[in-house]
Design a protein around this ligand. Sequence first.
Ligand SMILES: [Zn+2]
Length: 251
Amino acid sequence: MLAPVIACLAGLAVGSFLNLVITRLPRGESLALPRSKCPACGRPILWRDNIPLVSFLLLQGRCRSCGAAISWRYPLVELLSAGVAVALWFRFPASPLLLVYGPFAAALIVITFLDLEHLWIPDLITYPGILLGLVYSLIFPHLTFAGALSGAVLGGASFYAVAWGYLRLTGREGLGGGDVKLMAMIGAFLGLRSLPWVVLISALLGSIAGGLWIIAKRSKAAQTPIPYGPFLGVAALVYLLWQEKFLLWGP
Ligand SMILES: [Zn+2]
């Protein structure tokens, strides 16, 4: 029972780092230095106030110096990362594939929250991600290189076609270039056979969320862009964790 606990703690620590990336990447700040500061009062955050999850609970979600509310995103990303780490451990116990899917899942979490907060999926993550997915297929046995390459090319191309068609038909941008590159990255990591499932699951989640959004916001919803990256991220994780069940019915 020790291994899942270690996976959980590692997930919390990684989640803390992912929060740093999500906060600093849009501002163009260095990931290494300087120390984290409270965005409200500018005071450096003490190490004991920076313990994943624990500090947020002890401080009741407020800065020790000025009392400003700390974003719910911090504990959420930490909790999510821990949950995904434990799920990956149970899915691939002690497998070298954790070296493939761990970084992949981390990238999906970062992209999901950047897209939610800034409607932005950075090339800085997707381009190296596509390359890494292809290189991994040459080293690890989870995919053939042909499967990864065709997944990346067809994933990207199919989303590019949908984005182009939507723009031509409606005059509005439905899917952004970031979604196209994200789909190519997912194809490179999960392979050609994952694509129909990832598209299906993300579209299903997107329709449910879009419907709820319209009910919540009434008529204003039509003008509010809804990021698609989070649905792709969740769909890719769902497929990754349960792919054998999907492939029972699949092509
Ligand atoms: Zn403060």
